[in-house]
Design a protein around this ligand. Structure first.
Ligand code: ATP
Ligand code: LTN
Length: 334
């Protein structure tokens, strides 16, 4: 039987090369694996866990769907849809809330980090991983390809699945996180001690976004923070984090091994050469995406049709599981 793959990304901002390398690029590879059945979702309900401008959120959700297509996701091969179009997610999250101890949620590192930055912490932010568990579990998902920062949330989804199965009998598949060996945590260009993050996209020099023009990409990468040395090699040393990050981006986007990547810079005169090469690789990976995206955005009716078809397919899979869970929990089905 084929493995079911589910993953999602928030339309909280334009996606950056960290999202691309850690998640979306791998979704495209997964789509081309005949042993896998793939479902990818623009998780707009998750974006609401921090304040959003309604008009911007709508625009970004459409942009994200267009980006799915622009990177090569194909609605005939994968199910592509918007989370809020399928009510199973919100309903399912409620049901799972009622078997999830709140202590599990308060321990989540992302909650601790994000809540510290908010003036008012919304209940949705605490509950975010339960909604994510609903996304995953109601599709009988086997594997969840995500960046390193989401591993803890997938583990929580596993715990929720196991708890439900224990309370009400075998129901949910217990999913596995799929974390890449290289590029699972791309660091910020301006501060390689923290992860590149969409919510920091407004800070100049923090990230490179998939839709940035080549000049901006070059500028951001040429200004990336590195150490005062000159050695171009992969390293876990804190002070080499900047160089390590640039080499990782180079490695993943060229598809080379670590050794081959280092060898490419054996005769480099300094970090300037590394940065130039990384900028070139990033520009040639993103330019076709940016051009396709522009074109796709001109046909809004077609985008809306693709979203509708995707949501219809998603409902066919998830609604029966929702009915099953409701029945097991003691609700009368209408
Ligand atoms: P936000 O700052 O709004 O939380 P984000 O940049 O963390 O956004 P998400 O939408 O939360 O992006 O994540 C989408 C996918 O990209 C997830 O699979 C996540 O693990 C992955 N991802 C996010 N940041 C990185 C990164 N710096 N390196 C690798 N993968 C990442
Ligand atoms: N929380 C994830 C996005 C997300 C997700 C999912 C990822 C929401 N639902 C289901 C995988 C599977 C994040 O990247 N911040």
């Amino acid at each position: 039987m084929k493995k079911r793959i589910f993953s999602g990304i928030q339309p909280s901002n334009v996606i950056h090369i960290g999202n691309y390398i850690g998640a979306v690029k791998r979704w495209v590879e997964s789509q081309n694996d005949a042993e896998k059945e793939n479902i990818f979702c623009a998780v707009d309900l998750h974006a609401l866990t921090v304040p959003q401008d309604p008009k911007m959120l709508r625009e970004r959700t459409l942009e994200l769907m267009a980006l799915f297509l622009a990177v090569g996701l194909d609605p005939d091969k994968s199910i592509l849809f918007v989370q809020s179009h399928v009510t199973v997610h919100a309903e399912g999250a409620w049901l799972l809330n009622c078997i999830t101890p709140e202590g599990w949620l308060k321990k989540m590192t992302q909650y601790k980090d994000k809540s510290a930055k908010q003036e008012i912490v919304l209940t949705g932010l605490l509950d975010y991983p339960v909604l994510m568990a609903a996304d995953i579990l109601f599709y009988d998902t086997n594997e969840v390809p995500v960046g390193n920062d989401q591993k803890q949330h997938v583990e929580l989804a596993r715990n929720i699945a196991e708890r439900f199965n224990h309370l009400f009998g075998e129901t949910f598949v217990v999913p596995e996180p799929l974390i890449a060996e290289a590029g699972a945590r791309i660091m910020a260009l301006d501060d390689p001690t923290m992860k590149m993050s969409k919510s920091m996209a407004h800070v100049k020099g923090h990230s490179v976004n998939l839709l940035d023009d080549p000049k901006d990409i070059e500028r951001a990468i040429m200004r990336a923070k590195t150490d005062s040395g000159s050695e171009i090699r992969f390293s876990k040393d804190a002070e080499k984090a900047g160089v390590n990050n640039l080499l990782t981006i180079y490695q993943v986007l060229t598809g080379k091994s670590q050794e081959a990547s280092e060898l490419d810079f054996a005769n480099a005169r300094g970090y300037g050469d590394l940065k130039k090469a990384v900028a070139e690789v990033v520009i040639s990976a993103t330019e076709p995406i940016r051009n396709r995206h522009k074109e796709i955005m001109t046909d809004r009716a077609e985008l809306e049709r693709i979203m509708r078809v995707g949501a219809d397919k998603a409902r066919v899979i998830s609604e029966p599981r929702l009915a099953d869970v409701k029945r097991k929990m003691g609700l009368i089905l209408p």
